[in-house]
Design a protein around this ligand. Structure first.
Ligand SMILES: Cc1cc2nc3c(=O)[nH]c(=O)nc-3n(C[C@H](O)[C@H](O)[C@H](O)COP(=O)(O)OP(=O)(O)OC[C@H]3O[C@@H](n4cnc5c(N)ncnc54)[C@H](O)[C@@H]3O)c2cc1C
Length: 449
């Protein structure tokens, strides 16, 4: 049993929330996108939420966790989709948003504190004409620490691939939960131990990352009479090496009608491609659009009043908008079979019709343009969802299950021995975000439960 009076006394100098309702609210993220995950997570809550402001605060928290064997889960902005920051076994939820400073910038290399918000980082970098390589569509609220610990990629992945690709993370400073907690510095390949580990392998206080040249991104929406024509166009844009782009997103009919911002630029039956391109690239894109029968239905340059941005209509914001129209929609995540994308969609569509609406994001993966899909799925029960995922897998898609909080069963696909070995060193009691890492659970059980 944890002696909470002693814990509160030991951490009395650190701002905290203790009442159950607040702790529960702050413990939840966007797992409600999944009707499978939500019932498993909605009642989970930390016992305390703490707001450290210094490394000394963090060390004090870590010492108490080790002494009292209390789970420690990190909270960035809690925009994750799989309950990543939801403590399964209570304990302390540590909010890192006070750690929001840029430590240094050296040309295209940035050292930044983990609680900094992505949009704020880009704003600060702007005068230097560098920017972050990617943004999740939650870039306005999400933190850089939460993005690397819990995200996978997003706007920018068409050029720079996924966060876990080599070269995308250069270094990190991490707090351990060893017998005597300390900060360790990771560089080179060692840094992969904390990349997309849901905070199970340490609390990241600083990240070192490479930057991208900043452009004045132009946004445009191009409509087509069919999803197949929209996909052809998106692939042509993605593969045109002379066009500099940050986002190529396909929303098949009728998905644009779910997005308030797009509705007026869309006609019934149309599928849309949402693009972020440099100004000189617009000419080439316009030429390809007219060759393939597309019409530019909306356009914005950075000088225009930003009433909305296409970035917030893409990636999982599409799911958000669909669910705000009808919460029956949930989603899946997958890579479509290379070179057979259109046939694949046609084949699946025969059985699933309007119960499955195709939202595609083009990304770069292992040197090739790949079509990632986050299709909207009308939820008709767990069995039916399983039937669909089985069929998609059998047809050649690689699924990344968004209906699990388990690290390896979602995006990772397999046990990462480097992460497990690192966790054994820095968290021998298994206190960081317990229950999320299958590799640990299978070897040691949930020791803190
Ligand atoms: C509408 C919507 C759209 C989204 N679009 C995208 C997208 O385009 N691409 C994408 O990849 N994701 C996307 N996501 C998921 C999520 O928004 C991002 O991954 C985001 O970057 C998470 O950041 P956060 O600060 O909210 O992290 P949180 O949700 O707070 O945390 C995520 C995970 O990281 C851990 N963590 C947080 N900070 C640290 C730290 N400093 N040290 C160690 N562990 C830490 C947490 O414990 C948790 O396990 C989307 C989610 C929603 C709801």
């Amino acid at each position: 049993m944890v002696d909470w009076t002693a814990v509160d006394l030991a951490l009395a100098d650190i701002e905290s929330d203790r009442d159950r309702a607040t702790c529960q609210r702050l413990s939840l993220d966007y797992a409600h996108f999944s009707p499978i995950l939500w019932p498993q997570l909605q009642d989970r809550a930390a016992d305390r939420v703490l707001y450290p402001r210094s490394e000394a605060d963090l060390l004090a928290i870590a010492r108490v966790c080790v002494q009292e064997q209390i789970p420690l889960t990190v909270r960035g902005a809690a925009t994750g989709n799989y309950g990543q920051c939801t403590p399964l076994h209570g304990g302390l939820l540590v909010d890192l948003t006070a750690f929001d400073q840029i430590v240094w910038q050296r040309e295209s290399r940035l050292r930044v504190q983990a609680g900094a918000k992505l949009a704020a980082i880009d704003r600060a970098l702007r005068p230097s004409r560098w920017e972050l390589r990617w943004a999740p569509s939650t870039y306005r609220t999400a933190t850089i620490g939460g993005f690397f610990a819990g995200g996978s990629g997003g706007i920018g992945s068409i050029t720079y691939g996924q966060l876990r690709d080599r070269g995308n993370l250069l270094g990190a400073k991490v707090l351990t939960l060893e017998a005597e907690p300390r900060f360790v510095e990771l560089q080179g390949e060692a840094v992969q131990a904390i990349n997309h580990a849901y905070g199970c392998t340490g609390l990241i206080t600083e990240l070192e990352i490479p930057l991208a040249p900043a452009y004045d991104w132009q946004e445009c929406m191009v409509n087509f009479p069919s999803w197949a024509a929209a996909l052809d166009f998106a692939q042509a844009i993605a593969e045109a090496d002379g066009l500099i782009k940050k986002m190529v997103c396909v929303l098949a009919d009728p998905i644009p009608s779910f997005c308030k911002a797009l509705k007026d630029s869309w006609q019934t039956g149309e599928s849309a491609v949402l693009l972020l391109l440099t100004e000189p690239s617009l000419e080439g894109a316009t030429a390809i659009a007219s060759e393939l029968g597309g019409r530019i239905s909306w356009q914005r340059s950075p000088q225009d009043q930003p009433l909305f941005t296409l970035m917030e209509q893409s990636w999982n914001h599409t799911t958000l908008h669909a669910r705000s129209v009808d919460p029956v929609w949930t989603y899946l995540q997958m890579l479509l079979p290379l070179g057979e994308e259109a046939q694949f969609i046609r084949h699946i569509q025969q059985d699933w019709g309007n119960n499955l609406l195709w939202h595609l994001e083009l990304i770069r993966s292992h040197g090739q343009v790949r079509v990632a899909a986050l299709p909207l799925v009308r939820f008709e029960g767990r069995d039916r969802l399983q039937q669909l995922t089985d069929q998609l897998t059998a047809a050649g898609a690689i699924l990344f299950d968004p209906h699990t909080y388990c690290l390896e069963d979602g995006g990772m696909k397999q046990i990462d021995l480097q992460q497990l070995t690192f966790k054994e060193q820095v968290d021998p009691q298994g206190l960081f975000n317990p229950g999320k890492m299958r590799a640990w659970r299978e070897k040691y059980g949930d020791r803190t439960v």
